[in-house]
Design a protein around this ligand. Structure first.
Ligand code: ADP
Ligand code: ZN
Ligand code: ZN
Length: 742
């Protein structure tokens, strides 16, 4: 009895595709493909509408909710070796689910571009020349008429295989090899790239002797299972030294280390520090790599050739052959959260990944995020403290300078100017911090009060002098600086307030004998721009650095003894509930640049609100007191980390369309979840900047005392919203654990 072919269930492939739909797609097995050779994680080329896409195989199955009659065949299996191992595949799917993102889009974040374009996922090995069977069978004395070819043949008979370098050493030209290949006597093979053999000496330099405090922290780390550690230590307290020694332990066990740093923290300085210490291959994953280099680094990590992987946010998804430890430096940094598309937090996912892998996670910061502090206080993370600065460095002395009623010289109080002159006079360097690029934040008419607004946003245009123009930092719109007021025709229009360009000009006038170096997004746009600018600083010459938060992170300026913060209050009155936390973190990170070595540092904070309790607490009692104060507030006002938050955002050229969509979203949510005591809704409300780039922006906030009901609601709601007709008229997104409330 032969089975009826149509009654036999066909083999189906469930594939995640890079499209913004929260589901997978089913395909028939490509003709002639053996299903038993396939595993989840394999890349598959499939037809989608009239396009071809590369997707990730999630499951092999025999049943589908899709109509079998209309189902199309996958076109090809790109490589039967899975591009993603089950660990990464499951992590991505977990994350897609948690962050309410389409599975294909989350998986895309984990895959290097070239793999997504269908390149095979293996490292190109080194080519070697070998004899073919015919070549081996050649009698001695053959090829007499070509001595060079005969020489190569003889060499191959002795050595079996030769690399290009071997040919060079033997003085045999490549063309000779090619001639023999053409004759069918020699072929090219590839040998796998060298597996990292444990070198005799893993270290290139001797580790520092840890201080008692460092030892106490270091000794707590358990390498054999999952624990999250908060390494809470002032800037310069020796956290990096602990990372290095924890990595050393990991390497000794034959395992790999993955280190994530903020976007701006992956400086050559950081890398050098790792390279100076270790004698094993390190790869750095940063935005400066081209697609080929990125793929290469990714494969080296996957194949276990790279032993230390250092990268920014997306490096969290690097495959690891022998994972041993995860480290997140400056864990409070906002760049660990992706702000568009797949809105994941690399810091939070690192905890998920380390937990699944059963390996330790170290979260390091001088100014831990309140979420992480809360986790430590609740006992979920182990809290390790480093209070003193390492070596002989002393903590900087912070001075709050009341500038109310002071006559300022283009933003600078006289006391600040004197202190700068004093430091330069002693041959030291000065850092001036102002978190606003451009010349001035706005242009104003003295006669009628007209302000240069952006036509496309609810925002002012920033004045830039070099080149001269008005620039909206929110939508990038640019226009010329008018000579007369567009409203009253007065010629008295002036830039108001301070930006880094203006401070640079003023400081150069005040201190003509010294170099003033401006560091912001404009001055570092070119490749290696930052490095070029900082050459002078690292030479140790007395000079003034003036810049934005780009200066606050990761840099080690040995000769900076004075930090002047022009506007310490910026952020104090932010409408984002994280404003105060961010202000505290930024101010202390900037302050931490002072006096990192032998010279004692001093910090001057100019403030108009010296008696504000948050400012007072920060300066008198430090970051942790500030954090406690803010946590108490968050507890009372029921905000994270005491409640879980999600934002549904919508924007459109038509304000009403965005509002209608969110109103419908709220109705749907309330229907889905019969009034649940844990869930609360707020909105729809206008975003902080209601209009931006000609779009009107609104948001619906959903918060919950427990994570689970929120997750369940969002999963169902997301699918329903995709089907809502309004959804096509607006741009909408779901942000779980949002970091920016705007
Ligand atoms: P952090 O990462 O906390 O900012 P680092 O590890 O960069 O601190 O240390 C700050 C400085 O102190 C560096 O120059 C480092 O070499 C030095 N340092 C760290 N630990 C020690 C130690 N145990 N003994 C001497 N110097 C140390
Ligand atoms: Zn005017
Ligand atoms: Zn604008």
């Amino acid at each position: 009895m032969t089975p009826h072919s149509s009654s036999q269930n066909p083999t189906l492939l469930e594939v995640a595709l890079p499209v913004p739909l929260r589901r997978c797609f089913d395909y028939l097995l490509p003709p002639g493909q053996d299903a038993s050779a396939l595993q989840p994680g394999v890349l598959v080329r499939v037809p989608f509408g009239n396009r071809e896409l590369v997707g990730v195989l999630i499951k092999i199955k025999t049943e589908s909710t899709q109509d079998l009659g209309k189902m199309r065949s996958a076109l090809a299996i790109i490589d039967t070796r899975p591009a993603l191992d089950s660990e990464l595949l499951e992590l991505c799917l977990w994350a897609a689910d948690y962050y309410q993102c389409a599975p294909g889009e989350a998986l895309q974040a984990a895959l290097p571009v070239l793999l997504r374009q269908g390149e095979p996922a293996h490292l190109a090995g080194e080519p070697v020349f070998k004899l073919t069977t015919e070549g081996k069978g050649l009698p001695e004395g053959a090829l007499k008429r070509s001595p060079k070819q005969a020489a190569l043949l003889a060499a191959l008979q002795t050595h079996q295989q030769l690399t290009r370098t071997d040919l060079d050493l033997l003085g045999i030209a490549r063309s000779t090899a090619k001639n023999l290949i053409d004759k069918g006597l020699v072929r090219i093979d590839e040998i796998a790239p060298n597996q990292a053999s444990q070198p005799h000496n893993l270290l290139r330099e001797k580790p520092l002797n840890l201080s008692d405090e460092q030892v106490a922290a270091f000794a707590q780390i358990d390498y054999s299972s999952f624990t999250a550690y908060l390494l809470d230590g002032a800037t310069g307290s020796g956290k990096t030294e602990i990372y290095l020694q924890a990595i050393e332990q990991t390497l000794r066990q034959g395992k790999q280390a993955l280190v994530l740093v903020p976007e701006i923290g992956l400086t050559p300085q950081t890398l050098e520090r790792f390279q100076r210490r270790f004698n094993l291959p390190i790869v750095a994953l940063h935005s400066g790599l081209n697609d080929r280099e990125r793929l290469e680094a990714w494969l080296r990590a996957r194949d276990g050739i790279a032993r230390i992987i250092i990268g920014t946010r997306s490096a969290l998804f690097t495959p690891l052959k022998e994972p041993g430890i995860l480290i997140i430096d400056e864990e409070h940094d906002a760049s660990f959260k992706q702000q568009d598309g797949f809105r994941y937090s690399a810091r939070d996912l690192a905890a998920v990944r380390a937990h699944r892998l059963g390996i330790p996670l170290i979260l390091g910061s001088a100014t831990p995020s309140l979420e992480t502090l809360h986790n430590a206080q609740q006992g979920r993370y182990r809290h390790l403290h480093l209070k003193a600065r390492a070596g002989n460095a002393k903590p900087p002395e912070i001075q709050l300078l009341d500038i109310r009623g002071e006559i300022l010289h283009e933003g600078f109080a006289q006391a600040s100017i004197d202190a700068i002159g004093d430091a330069l006079g002693k041959g030291n360097q000065v850092l001036v911090f102002l978190n606003r690029r451009g010349y001035a934040p706005t242009l104003e008419c003295h006669d009628c009060g007209w302000l240069a607004n952006c036509n496309h946003c609810d925002a002012r245009m920033t004045v830039h002098q070099n080149p001269r123009h008005l620039h909206c930092h929110h939508c990038d719109h640019q226009r010329g600086i008018p000579k007369r007021c567009p409203s009253c025709n007065s010629s008295k229009i002036h830039p108001i307030g301070q930006g880094t360009e203006r401070s640079e000009v003023v400081l150069q006038q005040l201190f003509p004998a010294h170099k003033v170096i401006r560091v912001d997004r404009d001055s570092t746009r070119n490749k290696n721009g930052m490095q070029k600018l900082l050459v002078d600083v690292h030479s140790g010459e007395p000079c003034i650095l003036v810049g934005t938060q780009m200066l606050a992170k990761g840099h080690h300026f040995a000769d900076v003894t004075l930090v002047v913060i022009i506007d310490a209050d910026a952020g104090l009155f932010s409408t984002d509930f994280r404003g105060a936390e961010r202000m505290g973190q930024l101010l202390l990170q900037v302050a931490g640049r002072a006096g990192r070595e032998q010279k004692r540092g001093r910090v001057i904070m100019q403030s108009n609100h010296t008696d504000h309790p948050l400012v007072q607490t920060l300066v008198k009692q430090g970051y942790h007191a500030l954090a406690d104060l803010i946590l108490q507030e968050r507890h009372i006002t029921q905000l994270p980390p005491y409640r879980h938050l999600a934002l549904i955002r919508a924007e459109s050229q038509y304000a009403q369309a965005a509002m209608d969509f969110l109103t419908q979203a709220r109705q749907l949510a309330e229907q889905l979840q019969a009034p649940h005591p844990a869930l609360q809704y707020l909105g729809p409300l206008p975003a902080m900047m209601e209009k931006r780039g000609d779009r009107f922006r609104y948001q619906l906030q959903i918060n919950s005392a427990q994570r689970k009901p929120l997750q369940q609601l969002l999963s169902q709601l997301a699918i329903q919203l995709e089907a809502v007709s309004q959804a096509k008229r607006v741009r909408w997104s779901i942000d779980v654990d949002p970091q920016e409330m705007g």
